[in-house]
Design a protein around this ligand. Structure first.
Ligand code: IPE
Ligand code: IPE
Ligand code: MG
Length: 244
């Protein structure tokens, strides 16, 4: 069977900054927390859609290393929600052959939550369908730093020469190693910034920004982003003429 994504205009790896939950709730006169709860529904829809579209990897920004600075009550609620969602969704993901991975500094989470994350990863690790990466306590600068430390440790142990360090080696130790490069980065919520998301991995991604708030994002919106993506000429430094 021919795979849909053999066409190079199809995105193999999509990353999303799921932004706008708080404003969505506030616009309805509700507490921000309600926005996060509705955001989980959009997350489910995005995973189903990506799976149906034969996208290989979906990387979702759920909680940044800077989000700890939010009011304590909101942070606590987000941690509780993360735990609940992991508990309720893993079986379904596993049944649908989806592999779940969490990227970020897990040591920032409670022991209980860390255990839950590891269990979810172990349950789904042999699945061969869509890979869903949830970025939690994640920062792009942290990621580059931790990757650099790994290489420095190899050098200190005499297992790697400084002159042998290259982009490929750093790629091998940074988050999302082994997955196709990120083709498309979507940000909902109207802001056009990266907010310390996957800085290294976005080097040649196409960016799609939409004013739609995350709880309103659905398959239709996702399709629109993919349509815009497939209309782009990705030149990777070459001239347009070289491509045709
Ligand atoms: C994104 O929505 C979810 C997280 C950062 C956890 P926000 O909570 O940032 O929503 P806005 O941007 O304040 O509307
Ligand atoms: C980025 O959203 C992080 C997530 C979506 C998890 P923020 O709402 O935290 O980003 P800023 O603070 O507006 O840049
Ligand atoms: Mg926000």
């Amino acid at each position: 069977m021919t795979k849909l994504n053999e066409n190079s205009k199809c995105a193999r790896h999509v990353a999303i900054i799921m932004d706008g939950n708080g404003r969505w709730a506030q616009s309805k006169g509700k507490h921000r927390v309600l926005g996060h709860k509705h955001g989980v529904k959009s997350l489910r829809k995005a995973i189903v859609f990506a799976s149906e579209q034969n996208i290989e990897a979906l990387t979702l920004f759920a909680f940044s290393s800077e989000n700890w600075q939010r009011p304590e009550q909101e942070v606590n609620m987000l941690m509780a929600l993360f735990f609940t969602v992991l508990t309720s969704e893993v079986k379904k993901l596993h049944k649908n052959n989806i592999k779940l991975q969490v990227i970020g500094d897990l040591s920032g989470f409670s022991e209980r939550l860390q255990k839950k994350i590891i269990e979810a990863e172990i349950t789904t690790r042999n699945n061969s369908g869509l890979v869903v990466n949830v970025a939690a306590n994640y920062g792009g600068r942290w990621d580059i730093t931790q990757a650099t430390k790994k290489l420095a440790t190899l050098v200190a142990a005499g297992k790697l020469k400084v002159e042998d360090i290259n982009e490929q080696l750093l790629n091998d130790v940074i988050s999302l190693a082994g997955l196709p490069p990120v083709d498309l980065m979507i940000r909902t919520g109207g802001d056009q910034r990266i907010s310390n998301f996957i800085l290294w991995q976005l080097a040649y991604a196409e960016f799609y920004f939409t004013d739609v708030l995350w709880p309103d994002f659905d398959g239709c919106e996702f399709q629109q982003a993919l349509d815009v993506f497939s209309s782009k000429e990705r030149r990777f430094g070459k001239t347009g003429a070289q491509l045709s």
